[in-house]
Design a protein around this ligand. Structure first.
Ligand SMILES: Cc1cc2nc3c(=O)[nH]c(=O)nc-3n(C[C@H](O)[C@H](O)[C@H](O)COP(=O)(O)OP(=O)(O)OC[C@H]3O[C@@H](n4cnc5c(N)ncnc54)[C@H](O)[C@@H]3O)c2cc1C
Length: 453
């Protein structure tokens, strides 16, 4: 008689499989604090072979498998009910820094990559707003950063990857080798494999950053300057926008612009010529490159202290084409009750992105050459689950309106999509992702948390 596949013993490992309640509970939580799925066990991989053997073991027993980086997803995307999750932070070595590249384990955080590259005066060209995310976790979603208009997404700056497929096979991929897998892994939400190692591009790092906060009376004026600065690619390295609820009520409209430099500081008159912000409100500052990149750490400290870091974070992240931005964003701002829907420390991100440098095939974008990251960064003042569910429903409703105006989801968002909605989201590239899924994860073992297949 055949053995019950559920009785198949775990494979021998260099690392370990942990079945204790505490670790499983921790793996059932993420930054979103909305979805909670408890795995059967947590893999602490000691090698790529461990990942491969454990995927095969999960598949034999009809269980799902998902890698976890820093668990900053907001809707349970790296969770698997009764399946196996791999804590990829156990894989965190960084190779020697070369002029134009570095090879890292996928569990390494971007802050750790920087700590290794900056002494050599090198930097990854694109860094996310928050540096404590894992390399693997951002490559599989794309990874938008302040310099995306110039260099594309983080997934556009990866040169090569080692991937364990859903069949438990270790494959090296790049634009030249197994290119279908390479393209399926970049912004492919881990549907075809688990990244264990990535070779990342590096560029010369600047020493300093001139950062200036600019304030506007209204959305239209802020967008006018966002367009002007986007058309003048040399003026600033980073142009980001936000609409925030200030303490006195109402809304503050802000551009946060940054010029990188080494040696002499650039002249503010040149940087700010022809802008329509309120000159009396300008806040200029000069920072080291690292302090600039690490600017979210102050807010993190504050939110950890007041407890809001641990509240639900039902974020919504989208891209809206420039031609529709003012109408759509204006209408959504009218609908928002900022103190309740965003929280005192939340904001509406509205950052211009020239899309020409982005060539990750699975990343969906509006048709306009200039689009805007349009995100609701919600930091609720309460951990009430009903309030979180209300905001999840509000995300879905807003997404429908953004989509109707030609906007596109950036799927690091908190609301569920049906398989048909995923198919619609991927549109012309759905077949490419589905073909990779059939080829590399035919038993659909990997990363079920999105519900794409
Ligand atoms: C405070 C904050 C700031 C953020 N800022 C930005 C930003 O500026 N730009 C931006 O683009 N995004 C941003 N995000 C979103 C973030 O990039 C994604 O949520 C990212 O997936 C989180 O990475 P992680 O390491 O925490 O991954 P996890 O949350 O652990 O996992 C996320 C997804 O990646 C998969 N995954 C993780 N590791 C691997 C691997 N090695 N191989 C294959 N799949 C893997 C998981 O299975 C899951 O599907 C931010 C999120 C937060 C909470």
């Amino acid at each position: 008689m055949d053995a019950n596949p559920r009785d198949v013993p775990p494979p021998p490992l260099d690392g370990s499989l942990e079945f204790d309640q505490e670790r499983r509970e921790a793996a059932a939580a993420d930054f979103g604090h909305v979805v909670h799925r408890v795995p059967e066990a947590v893999l602490l991989p000691g090698s790529d072979d461990d990942v491969a053997a454990t995927i095969r073991w999960a598949a034999q027993r009809g269980r799902g498998f998902a890698p976890q980086g820093q668990r900053h997803a907001v809707f349970g995307r790296s969770q698997v009910q009764d399946g196996i999750v791999a804590d990829m932070s156990a894989r965190n070595s960084i190779g020697s820094i070369r002029d134009d590249r570095v090879e890292v384990d996928a569990g390494v955080k971007w802050s750790e990559v920087l700590a290794a590259t900056l002494p050599e005066r090198r930097t990854p060209p694109v860094l996310t707003e928050y540096l404590e995310l894992s390399v693997g976790g951002t490559i599989v979603v794309g990874g938008v950063g302040g310099t995306t208009s110039r260099y594309g997404l983080q997934s556009d700056t990866v040169l090569e990857m080692d991937v364990v497929t859903g069949e438990g096979t270790i494959v090296t991929c790049s634009p030249e080798q197994n290119a279908d897998l390479f393209d399926a892994m970049r912004a492919g939400f881990g549907q075809a494999g688990v990244i264990t190692r990535a070779t990342l591009a590096l560029v010369p790092a600047p020493e300093s950053v001139r950062r200036i906060l600019l304030f506007y009376p209204d959305l239209a004026t802020m967008l006018t300057d966002a367009r002007l600065l986007s058309a003048d690619a040399e003026r600033f390295d980073v142009v980001q926008g936000a609409v925030m609820p200030p303490p006195g009520g109402g809304l503050a409209y802000r551009l946060d612009v940054a010029k990188y430099f080494t040696g002499d500081a650039p002249a503010d008159e040149d940087l700010l010529a022809g802008l329509s912000d309120d000159p009396a409100k300008r806040q200029p500052d000069t920072l080291s490159y690292f302090d600039y990149l690490n600017r979210l750490s102050m807010l993190e400290k504050l939110l950890r202290k007041n407890g809001q870091w641990f509240h639900p974070h039902p974020w919504l992240t989208t891209f809206i084409g420039d031609s529709e931005a003012e109408a759509v964003v204006g209408a959504e701002l009218d609908r928002l009750d900022p103190p309740v829907d965003l929280g005192q420390f939340g904001q509406v991100v509205l950052s211009p992105i020239r899309t020409g440098a982005i060539d990750t095939p699975l990343l969906r974008l509006p048709a306009d050459e200039l689009c805007h990251a349009f995100n609701l960064v919600r930091v609720p003042t309460t951990d009430d689950a009903d309030n979180a569910q209300r905001l999840v429903a509000a995300n879905k409703a807003m997404y429908e309106r953004v989509k109707a105006a030609g906007g596109v989801l950036y799927p690091v968002s908190a609301f569920p999509l049906s398989k048909d909605e995923w198919r619609e989201h991927f549109g012309p590239v759905y077949d490419q992702l589905a073909a990779a899924k059939r080829k590399y994860d035919p038993d659909e073992v990997l990363t079920p948390g999105y519900g794409i297949f």
